[in-house]
Design a protein around this ligand. Structure first.
Ligand code: FA5
Length: 357
């Protein structure tokens, strides 16, 4: 750097400002700063030499020197700011994650779409089977009153048969008047009431849906499960129609080597009543843990509609008779796919779910 004197201050300042704006890094700017305005710089030396001047000359020379020095320092500050910004951009650029690579790596992974679960698929297939047999599909509410779930089905309060269904009651209205339906049979009542009101008897319908019971989950039971109800109300319907319908359904749905049997049972809303069993599909009738070594699995209950139920909905029993059945959709899924333990259906294990895609 040239010597600084009071005569060449402007030229020196211009030279310094040029060098400062050419500095290409913060480090080189730092050494330039030490060289130009540091303790051993010509500016500082000139400053010290002013002591030999008269007070008036010193004042005027000091002011010129200070102004010059200030212009140089401002040039340093400006350049420092822009070099710091350039440095930050360079660091960010170096650290930049190339998302292009990440994204293209991700899209190469096949996208796995969901699909209806085994219960929905089984329900659809059951509906198709029954529609093929001449039934229509109807729906009913999951939240029911005591009347629909019990009383209209010939189960008055305190009737011992209420013990057959461990009920979840809802905290609505009078105690134990509103509940989660324990079976799909209350939908029979809705359907018959509607048909009577609209004059649309006869009825040939199936009614699938979710049911709830305070049952402890095990290989054949869940607390929330599904049933499909069947109801036929027509002239001249007999028990033979019921038995024929059950056997036709069993072979159509499970295949020709699976058969059904009816065993006497009791349901307050049917008389006579039967339990409807099919060959256990896990052991093909040989006996296993799932069927408790019997070779048979209970799918549901059935029977001829009890006259007390027809009376509750105002159907003329001199003209009409009917049969009803109700069985487990989850149990059907279990038997159709050979699932030894029903709890697998609710565990959401992807390996299990993928078996039924
Ligand atoms: C009934 O629920 C009667 N409403 C069936 C009926 C309808 C009889 C019409 C007569 C006329 P039950 O409680 O037995 O009956 O249940 C019928 C079927 O539902 C059972 O055989 C079983 O397949 C299924 N099921 C019952 N409870 C459960 C449960 N906790 N988990 C899974 N499936 C169940």
């Amino acid at each position: 750097m040239v010597d600084v004197s009071l005569d060449n201050l402007d030229a020196v300042v211009a030279q310094c400002v040029g060098a400062i704006s050419d500095a290409s890094s913060l480090d080189s700017l730092l050494s330039l700063e030490a060289e130009m305005v540091g303790k051993r710089s010509p500016f500082t030396a000139l400053q010290k030499s002013l002591g030999s001047l008269s007070p008036d000359e010193r004042k005027s020379a000091g002011a010129q020197l200070q102004a010059a020095r200030q212009r140089v320092e401002e040039a340093f500050a400006t350049r420092r700011t822009s070099l710091a910004a350039e440095h930050r951009i360079a660091v960010l650029e170096a650290d930049r994650l190339d998302l292009g690579d990440v994204v293209s790596a991700r899209v190469r992974v096949p996208v796995r779409a969901g699909h209806p679960g085994i219960i929905s698929l089984t329900q659809e297939s059951l509906e198709d089977t029954f529609v093929g047999m001449g039934f229509v599909v109807a729906d009913g509410p999951e939240i029911e009153t005591d009347w629909y779930n019990f009383e209209a089905l010939n189960i008055p309060p305190a009737h011992p048969a209420r013990g057959m269904w461990d009920t979840f009651y809802l905290d609505i209205g009078e105690p134990e008047t509103v509940l989660l339906r324990t079976h799909t049979s209350p939908t029979q009542i809705h359907l018959m009431e509607e048909a009577v009101a609209q004059g649309t008897l006869p009825l040939h319908a199936v009614m699938p849906g979710r049911c709830y019971r305070r049952d402890t989950p095990d290989a054949r039971h869940l607390a929330s499960f599904h049933q499909i109800e069947g109801l036929v109300v027509d002239e001249g319907i007999t028990f033979a129609d019921l038995a024929g319908t059950i056997e036709t359904f069993t072979r159509a749905f499970f295949g020709p080597d699976i058969t059904s049997r009816l065993r006497p049972a009791y349901f307050p809303f049917t008389e006579p009543s039967a339990e409807f069993e099919i060959t256990c599909t896990i052991c093909r009738g040989a006996g296993c843990r799932t069927c408790s070594q019997t070779g048979w699995i209970e799918l549901g209950g059935c029977g001829m509609v009890d006259p007390a139920v027809f009376a509750a909905v105002g159907i003329d029993t001199d003209r009409y008779s009917g049969f009803a059945f109700g069985f487990g959709i989850d149990r059907c899924a279990q038997m159709r796919h050979g699932i030894a333990d029903m709890r697998a259906i609710t565990e959401n294990d992807v390996r299990f779910l993928e078996l039924f895609s």
